[in-house]
Design a protein around this ligand. Structure first.
Ligand code: NAP
Length: 310
């Protein structure tokens, strides 16, 4: 089978840390170029923009968009108009309407569109979904707390409209919760803490419920120092299930039941190749909808200004 000629657009932290090694290790792909205004990779052509990439490499089959979300819609439209298959990093857009439009354009262009949610490919997520399908869920607590200064140094786009602030990692928790909980759930209340010099929250407390009234509480914090927390707990008829470390460990009543090898991005690229080879798309906006609901329905409170340097 011919490899898929793919280019990375936006060669920042996630493209370098995860996309590059996943593509290089996957025989489905040949990485043919990078487009980024400042970062480059030796050994292949580098372009300062997506426009220059599309003008110069007509043989390209697919593009992975790893830029900040504010430019996702514009770039996805350009790539689809040029006849390329498109993988969107999460979040798939800055707004829900943008993603609907990208989806419509992919159908019209007859190209595969993959709105990727990398956390859904964490190793224990499937097992957690199976556990929850077999037991009655009574209460859920989500804790997603990390140090923005360590994980996102200098990423000023996070604090601009569309950057989502603490929802940038928080949407990963929502992508897991929407995949593993047996019923849809809905935002009831939200409290958003917004630094007085920023446009987006640095912390959020969200209360959801499902149609049966199961309470689902989510707490996101971008100022956590010391141990970092990416955990989902569910009190169930079979005991307390904990999906810890971003979906890599599953415990029941404190006993570790499963810990798998981390291969989120290899999993994403396998899925993208499968979609391309079978002429399909995969676009689920549910996690983004919960973020939009939080911004629509949340109470805001101003908190101390944020500085990258503490
Ligand atoms: P980042 O480090 O800021 O990287 C973004 C890159 O895109 C930068 O190199 C930036 O260049 C480049 N860029 C900006 N405008 C561009 C344009 N018009 N054309 C091409 N490239 C452009 O951000 P990141 O952390 O990699 O995040 C990118 C996306 O991945 C976000 O949606 C994020 O939610 C998602 N993600 C991030 C992580 C993570 O841990 N960091 C994990 C999973 C998913 P300049 O810096 O020169 O502007």
């Amino acid at each position: 089978m011919q490899p898929i000629n793919i280019a990375l657009v936006g060669f920042g932290k996630i493209a370098q840390d995860q996309h590059l090694p996943a593509i290089q290790a996957d025989p489905n792909y040949r990485l043919v170029a990078i487009a980024d205004p400042h970062s480059a990779l030796s050994g292949i052509p580098n372009f300062p923009s997506l426009e220059a990439l599309l003008d110069n490499l007509p043989e390209l089959d697919a593009i992975a968009l790893c830029t900040p979300p504010q430019m996702r819609h514009y770039q996805a439209c350009q790539a689809l108009a040029a006849g390329k298959h498109v993988m969107l990093e999460k979040p798939p857009g800055a707004t829900l309407s943008e993603v609907e439009d990208i989806k419509t354009r992919a159908i019209r262009a007859q190209r595969s569109l993959f709105a990727s949610w990398h956390s859904r490919y964490a190793p224990a997520v499937g097992r957690a979904a199976s556990w929850l399908a077999e037991h009655r869920v009574e209460r859920v607590e989500i804790e997603w707390k990390e140090d923005v200064r360590y994980w996102h140094p200098g990423q000023t786009w996070l604090w601009e409209p569309g950057g989502m602030g603490v929802f940038d990692p928080g949407i990963n928790a929502l992508s897991i919760a929407t995949a593993i909980l047996p019923r849809p759930f809905f935002l009831r209340e939200a409290s958003l803490s917004i630094p007085e010099n920023c446009q987006t929250p640095i912390a959020a407390s969200l209360s959801f419920g499902d149609a049966s009234g199961t309470p689902i509480q989510a707490d996101f914090d971008f100022l956590q120092t010391g141990p970092q927390t990416w955990d989902i707990h569910a009190d169930t008829s079979g005991g307390r299930m904990t999906l810890a470390q971003g979906g890599s460990q599953l415990s029941i009543d404190g006993d570790l039941k499963y810990e798998g090898e981390e291969r989120e991005y290899p999993g994403l690229y396998e899925r993208f190749a499968e979609l391309i080879r079978t002429g399909r798309s995969d676009v689920d906006v549910t996690p983004l909808r919960h973020v939009a609901d939080s911004f629509l329905n949340g109470r805001r409170r101003l908190v101390a200004p944020f500085s990258d340097h503490g």
